[in-house]
Unconditional design. Structure first.
Length: 124
C-alpha cells in the first residue's frame, strides 16, 4: 500500500535563555503572528509551511526539518533506502540523519493543511 509524506515544518532549536527573543525575531522576520507562552516547549508560526521555535538544551541549538507522513515506518524505510540512518525514536516519531550527518524528524501527520502538497510513494 502506498504512503504519503511532505515537509511540514522548519524548526529553530534554541536554548531557554534565547527562546522568547528567537520567537520574537522569527515572527517579525517572517511576518507571522506568534502566540508565545514561555511555559511551552514549542511556538509555531503557522502558514503553508509551519515555522516552529522549539526550546531545547543549550548545546542542541540548530535548525532541522520535520517530514510528516501517514505511515512513519514506511517513510523511514524509504529514506533509509536513500541513505538515511536512524538515530533514535521519540514517542511515535524517528530522528534520522542524512548522509551528511544532518538530523531531521519523520513524524505522524500533525499539520492542519495535510495532505496538501504531500507526495504519494509506492511501498516496496
Amino acid at each position: 500500500m502506498a504512503h504519503r509524506s511532505r515537509v511540514c515544518s522548519v524548526l529553530f532549536d534554541t536554548g531557554s535563555d534565547d527562546y522568547a527573543a528567537t520567537v520574537e525575531f522569527w515572527a517579525g522576520a517572517l511576518g507571522r503572528p506568534a502566540a508565545f507562552d514561555d511555559g511551552k516547549r514549542y511556538t509555531t508560526l503557522t502558514g503553508e509551511l509551519d515555522y516552529t521555535i522549539q526550546r531545547v538544551e543549550p548545546d542542541h541549538a540548530g535548525v532541522h526539518i520535520d517530514i510528516e507522513t501517514d505511515d512513519v515506518e514506511a517513510e523511514v524505510a524509504r529514506l533509509e533506502a536513500l541513505g538515511a540512518q536512524r538515530k533514535y525514536q521519540v514517542k511515535s516519531w524517528w530522528v534520522l540523519t542524512d548522509p551528511g550527518g544532518h538530523a531531521f524528524c519523520v513524524v505522524p501527520v500533525q499539520s492542519r493543511t495535510w495532505p496538501d502538497g504531500a507526495i504519494e510513494w509506492p511501498d516496496s
